[in-house]
Design a protein around this ligand. Structure first.
Ligand SMILES: Cc1cc2nc3c(=O)[nH]c(=O)nc-3n(C[C@H](O)[C@H](O)[C@H](O)COP(=O)(O)OP(=O)(O)OC[C@H]3O[C@@H](n4cnc5c(N)ncnc54)[C@H](O)[C@@H]3O)c2cc1C
Length: 270
């Protein structure tokens, strides 16, 4: 079956390294027979702010506007703005979503955060019943592909920025896995601006190689929802007991006050 890929691309320049990474993905995946769609957020002038204008017509409570509740209602009633609905349709169609961006302030650029805030609407992308391993998008895959300004050594457990696994946890667990996505290991292009031209070339080459079998990759592992109780969402005692004697914690976030499991947000099978 033809796989559909959505690339959510957040860079201002078509001559950037990020654009080259995005183009490499479009070429490699198209050559494999995938249908590839790109949401080029800056070119689209995608609105980054979550406001009442995201809802067509009257809102329920303009005086005490609650974005989470109002957009849920608007989604149910088909009253979300056209730019949001369009992105949601692309997302619904896609089997794999690749977010391609330069790291900004240990996170994503504001325009991409705006896409996340506005497109992953309450009800459409998650609900109390449907999240984490039982999430709405549990049959889809998603991944981060990004560049840094910092060197890899700076994002190591002994580096000045701290462990990259920690930086990735809110994005990969708090956003992607929360909505149910199977999260593929991130593609990190370390400091292309300070790399030698031949090193930049080989970074893109290894991305092209990875793209050949990206769709068959195993996702990162996260603790399934049924490992937690339904009231306080604490680890169930039997799961806790099972891991109590182990050297490392379960995940970056659920670490049981133990050392973090190395590479758990960077490599599948960790
Ligand atoms: C607001 C802000 C916050 C930031 N926060 C962080 C942070 O928290 N942590 C961090 O590490 N960094 C941070 N940065 C730095 C940022 O992540 C880097 O500047 C960015 O990742 C570099 O990617 P780029 O695509 O813009 O590179 P570019 O500057 O576009 O490209 C790098 C080099 O690659 C070359 N190139 C382009 N195309 C190709 C090609 N096809 N083949 C080979 N070479 C090519 C370019 O000519 C250039 O020499 C921040 C930057 C900003 C503006």
């Amino acid at each position: 079956m033809v796989k559909k890929v959505l690339i959510v691309f957040a860079h201002q320049s078509s001559g950037s390294f990020n654009a080259a990474a995005k183009n490499a993905a479009v070429e490699a995946l198209t050559a494999q027979g995938c249908t590839v769609e790109v949401s080029d957020l800056y070119a689209m002038s995608f609105k980054a702010t979550a406001t009442a204008e995201d809802i067509k017509g009257e809102v329920k409570n303009a005086e005490n506007f609650c974005y989470l509740e109002e957009t849920k209602l608007a989604w149910e009633q088909g009253k979300l703005s056209d730019d949001i609905t369009k992105e949601q349709s692309k997302l619904t169609e896609a089997d794999l979503i690749i977010f391609q961006f330069p790291m900004y302030w240990f996170s994503v650029p504001a325009i991409l955060k705006g896409w996340i805030d506005r497109v992953l609407t309450n009800g459409f992308a998650f609900s109390k019943e449907k999240r984490y391993s039982q999430g709405v998008f549990k049959d889809k895959k998603a991944m981060l592909s990004f560049t840094t300004g910092s060197l890899e050594s700076m994002f190591s457990p002994t580096g000045i920025n701290g462990d990259m696994n920690v930086t990735l946890w809110p994005l990969q667990n708090g956003i992607l896995h929360y909505c149910g996505f199977q999260v593929l290991a991130p593609q990190i292009f370390w400091a292309p601006s300070s790399a030698a031209p031949e090193d930049r070339k080989s970074m893109l080459e290894s991305w092209r190689t990875r793209l050949q079998s990206l769709l068959e990759e195993k996702p990162l592992s996260f603790m399934p929802l049924d490992c937690f109780d339904e009231k306080a969402f604490q680890l169930k005692p039997d799961i806790y007991e099972k891991h109590a004697g182990k050297e490392f914690g379960l995940t970056v976030g659920i670490h049981l006050n133990k050392p973090l499991p190395p590479h758990s947000q960077m490599k599948a099978g960790c």
